[in-house]
Design a protein around this ligand. Sequence first.
Ligand code: SF4
Ligand code: SF4
Length: 294
Amino acid sequence: MSAMLKPIIGKEAVQIEITNACIYNCANCTRLVGHHQKPYMMDLDYFKTALDSLKGIPIMIGIMGGEPLLHPRFKEICQYLQKMFPPEKLGLWSTLDKRFKHYAPLIAATFGAVLPNNHTHKQIFHSPVLVSSREILYGHYLDAVKSCWLQNNWSSSINPQGAYFCEVAAAIDLILKTKTAFDIHTVWWRQKPAAYLKQVKVLCSKCGVCLNLTTRRDTEKIDDIDEWWLSRLQKTSPKVKAGLFKRYTGPIFDQHQVQVNQFRSDLRYFHRIAKQFGLKLVLQRNGYLKPFVR
Ligand code: SF4
Ligand code: SF4
């Protein structure tokens, strides 16, 4: 099994998720926004320890949320990023909402890449997260995880509980609290895939991303949730209490007609979001968009 999991240093980036508060409430959010009783804001000292743990990592370091610009200490976070790493090593994933426009110079001075996404693109879809792969595939869920497109394409992640081989596993564990996070006081990202297996067993087994379920447009706002998760969330999740969900009873492995990452080739979408924020994005050789103040 472990031979099929992508090593952390072979992934697109490693994320530090400084908050899981967000200004949106997208359908099937991969951060499970809306399901936490109280969103967190990462403690500044913890953030510094998390960043220190990444010294020497050969891939991009991303700052992400939720919406990272909601963090009340975003300025100090950027100052520490500038002290520790050059801009070309750092990326920001954000909605770049106009209300945070005053951060444009700080963002341009800190990050060598910005990935703006306000989830308004017509081709942005999320497949269900809150469908337990083990409930559907029993022991065979491990085969689905080995070909899970998200762990093969995206990031590992640090949140206030520690570090995880997959960013969605990190979000799931904020609810399940399985105590399987890597300790950020160690060089955790050097761990070999065999060390991810504990997280796979308790977190991927509860995740539906590897099942390629029917996608939903982000702007629909509701989540597809199976019985296992509903019984877990119905007393605690504000999103479930508000009725923003649909019981998942549909087929599996049927989303092949919809490419969830199709929107990434629409550069006009990214330029449009950046422009209203006061930033100009310039395409770099590595395929990322570097921010400049307009
Ligand atoms: S998917 Fe939507 S709700 Fe979830 S973190 Fe991103 S912008 Fe926020
Ligand atoms: S199944 Fe879910 S938690 Fe596991 S690797 Fe895929 S996206 Fe991550």
